[in-house]
Design a protein around this ligand. Structure first.
Ligand SMILES: [Mn+2]
Length: 414
């Protein structure tokens, strides 16, 4: 038996209102089609998607249509695509059918989700192809169980999960991180809380943390695998291996092989221009350093850049504004998306003594406080509203949030 274990595809993710929006949107479908292609070429038995197929719970209709188109070849070849929900595609509105449920009902995925009894016990009902619902599916004698994202308390549920499984030869899909290895801050459990799973399941297929890792029992037997995301989803993932597991099963023994994908190049760098006296010079040093770093990347696709400008300089940090830096970068790097953090601070010399003036962030904060404070309606709430304004500014620049979510921030806080 052969199968693919993937996770965290994040379809629908892009940088809104950025020139690279359409191209970035395609990246995530590109990584899923690569997996589908491999599945067909290798004539595997099934594909696993361990959560976060979608980047958000509410997706655009075109994202749904494109997902169907991408999964169509699997459906036609009769290769089941077994999925669970992650924290990103979690259903918030109980009375509406989720996109994942719709895909399952239409036969593009088999969405596994357990039932809970009144006492909080788990029940994995057999998957029903008519309704697209259930928690347990059998493929060639292998019992496949699916758990979505159950949040921070996952560790305390392990015993109940194991109790619900009475079969032999079991596999579990679980969207959870393991503290020791997972790079994410929420939805993790302790490694010792995970170990009892090894007694019930020969293979635990994890998803959640976007970095690959393997969990072993205290005796050193591997049993749980996290493939990470096949594309770089966020800044901070530039150094992770990207791919999925291609698993061969022989006589009940699972042998996973990590297969690499080709994610878009990403560069996260601190650019030090300490000591520069004027903005032109600083800009030249900035470009030189970025160019040097980019030369190390052999993939010539338009990169994603997160650059932090640091140093004490002899000119006003406002002179190296975002737009100016962006125009300079366009000339030699043509990045798909840029995020710039300006941490420069102005230093002046008075009588041989260096005086550190304010940083750009401090100046911005001061200006906002002053503007907000001049309006009698907002007087006294300067700090709170300045924090909100800056948070909104950062979210807009990141391009990772829908317009109505942004509006939601205001109706809640103002
Ligand atoms: Mn994810």
């Amino acid at each position: 038996m052969k199968f693919i274990h993937s996770a965290d595809i994040h379809l629908g993710k892009t940088y809104r209102n950025s020139t690279g929006e359409a191209e970035r949107y395609e990246d995530f479908f590109h990584s899923l089609s690569g997996i589908v292609e491999d599945a067909l070429n290798e004539e595997i038995d099934f594909v696993l998607i361990c959560g976060d197929l979608f980047h958000t719970g509410q997706i655009l209709p075109k994202t749904f249509a494109k997902t169907i188109e991408t999964l169509q070849p699997l459906k036609e070849a009769g290769i089941p695509c077994i999925a669970i929900e992650g924290n990103h595609d979690w259903i918030h509105r109980r009375n509406n059918i989720s996109w994942m449920e719709a895909l399952s009902e239409m036969g593009y995925i088999r969405l596994l989700r357990p039932d809970r009894t009144e006492d909080g016990d788990y029940r994995f009902e057999p998957f029903d192809e008519e309704t697209g619902m259930g928690g347990h599916i059998v493929i060639e004698g292998l019992n496949i169980y699916g758990l979505g994202y159950i949040g921070a308390q996952a560790g305390s549920h392990v015993e109940r999960i194991c109790n619900a499984v009475t079969t032999e030869n079991n596999l579990l899909l679980f969207h959870v991180g393991i503290w020791k290895y997972s790079p994410v801050e929420i939805g993790n459990m302790k490694i010792e809380e995970a170990h009892p799973l090894a007694e019930k399941f020969s293979y635990v297929a994890l998803g959640h943390g976007h970095k690959p890792y393997v969990i072993e029992t205290p005796e050193g037997t591997p049993y749980a695998y996290n493939p990470g995301a096949p594309e770089r989803v966020n800044f901070g993932e530039e150094k992770y291996d990207k791919g999925y597991y291609f698993v061969t099963v022989e006589d009940g023994k699972f042998s996973p092989e990590f297969r690499s994908t080709d994610p878009r190049p990403m560069l996260v760098e601190a650019i030090n221009i300490d000591g520069t006296k004027d903005a032109d010079n600083a800009l030249a040093r900035f470009c030189e350093q970025v160019q040097e770093k980019l030369a190390d990347i052999s993939d010539k696709r338009a990169p994603l850049l997160e650059l932090k400008l640091a140093g004490r300089v002899g000119f006003h940090p406002f002179e190296l504004g975002r737009e100016r830096l962006r125009l300079a970068l366009d000339e030699f790097a043509s990045p798909l998306h840029v995020e710039i953090k300006n941490h420069l601070s102005l230093v002046t010399r008075t009588g041989g003594e260096e005086v550190v003036k304010k940083s750009l962030a401090e100046i911005e904060n001061d200006v906002l406080h002053e503007l907000i404070g001049t309006h009698s309606k907002y007087k006294g709430r300067e700090e709170e509203l300045a924090v909100l304004s800056l948070a909104v500014r950062d979210l807009v620049l990141k391009g990772d949030i829908e317009d109505d979510e942004l509006l939601g921030l205001f109706s809640k806080d103002v």
